[in-house]
Design a protein. Structure first.
Length: 81
């Protein structure tokens, strides 16, 4: 089960409890709703971006793939923040 699936289950459980007047935790319901609304879809690299990075590092891939990996990580981080 993913984190999002668990949050959705918890949200439904709290809403169900409130509906049946068992418990009332509006702060938890609101926090879960806000957290789920803020979830972003992961953005990966497209083929053009992959090729650009590959060409930039293709000469050193055999000897030092570490720099290539760091460049990919930096590119993904920039796209997803």
């Amino acid at each position: 089960m993913t984190k999002d699936e668990a949050m959705k289950l918890a949200l439904e459980a709290f809403k169900d409890l409130e509906k049946h007047r068992c418990l009332h935790y509006p702060n938890i319901v609101k926090a879960l709703e806000e957290a789920l609304a803020k979830q972003r879809t992961w953005v990966g690299l497209n083929n053009e971006e992959r090729l650009k990075l590959y060409r930039k590092f293709e000469d050193c891939l055999e000897s030092d793939g570490w720099e290539y990996e760091k460049a990919i990580e930096a590119e993904l981080k920039e796209k997803n923040t």
